[in-house]
Design a protein around this ligand. Structure first.
Ligand code: HPA
Length: 276
């Protein structure tokens, strides 16, 4: 191995940050991470350029269907954005470092705010599949420790003012946006009905297998964090129906128009909340 081979000597976050800069990802104010079936928002960007994860040094790639596996950089409402179309998950065997690497690299290149999105099962009995929920807090049941020992980002990572920018965008877009608590589990299996009952008693409105490690890390890196769940199905045992990843992706696609409108209208408010 060559002595100065950067793949072994440079921190993977720094490698990814360098690779982003080498691909011209710079002066970006805001990042979005798009979950299963929610990738279409990237198509709304103007002057857009897609960078496959395979071209980015240190960027882990998911094998989960419904995740495109590319970054898109471009503009919306005159603001430069970077959009991550697809993420890796702990349940695929990736480590806490892997699932949070892109978040750390975004912080390293100067991104100040991130909006995380995901597909989730609905626990709140008042909601139907297709409901959009702003995450106001989470319950971390992933058994993972994404923060470094020196990092002290205790408490709720979701910024109330930054999140309120999504509420403003939703009102302007005339799209209903609920709010609630997200329970993050490891997966990959869907929960049992008994587990869903426990999560309901514990105050969870939605359940999923992503987002919490990224949210904690983004907060620890000094970014503002907001998040949206798309309730793609009612959680196990709430109806008699069997859950499937195909249903999750199909519902994600069916809410695409509302989801995109909401995010598009939110961009100026999110940037304003970042002081930009
Ligand atoms: N449970 C966990 N994760 C999910 C679900 C679910 O019901 N739906 C989409 N992601």
């Amino acid at each position: 191995m060559a002595k100065n081979d950067s793949s072994t000597t440079v921190d993977p976050v720094e490698r990814l940050a360098r690779s982003l800069r080498d691909h011209g990802v710079a002066d970006v104010e805001l990042a979005f991470v798009l979950g299963s079936g929610l990738g279409v928002f990237a198509e709304k960007l103007e002057k857009a350029r897609a960078i496959p994860y395979a071209e980015l040094d240190g960027m882990p790639r998911s094998a989960v269907p419904g995740h495109a596996g590319q970054l898109v950089v471009g503009e919306l409402a005159g603001k430069r954005l970077v959009v991550q179309q697809g993420r890796v998950h702990l349940y695929e065997g990736w480590s806490e470092r892997d699932v949070t690497r892109a978040i750390r690299a975004f912080a390293a290149i100067g991104v100040k705010g991130v909006v995380l999105t995901n597909a989730a099962g609905g626990i709140n009995p008042a909601w139907k599949p297709g409901t959009l929920m702003r995450i106001t807090d989470h319950i971390n049941l992933q058994g993972a420790a994404p923060l470094l020992p020196r990092e002290r980002a205790a408490g709720n990572p979701y910024d109330a003012e930054f999140g309120a920018a999504l509420d403003k965008g939703a009102r302007e877009a005339r799209v209903a946006l609920e709010s609630g608590v997200y329970a993050g589990l490891l997966g990959p299996v869907y929960e049992t009905p008994a587990e869903i009952r426990v999560l309901g008693w514990a105050g969870a409105d939605a359940v999923g297998m992503s987002t919490v490690a990224e949210a904690m890390t983004a907060r620890a890196c000094g970014m503002k964090v907001a998040a949206i769940s798309c309730i793609t199905n009612l959680a196990a045992g709430i109806t008699g129906e069997k859950l499937s990843h195909e249903e999750v992706v199909a519902t994600g696609k069916s809410v695409a128009t509302r989801f995109c409108k909401l995010l598009e209208k939110s961009v100026p408010h999110l940037c304003a909340a970042l002081g930009r």
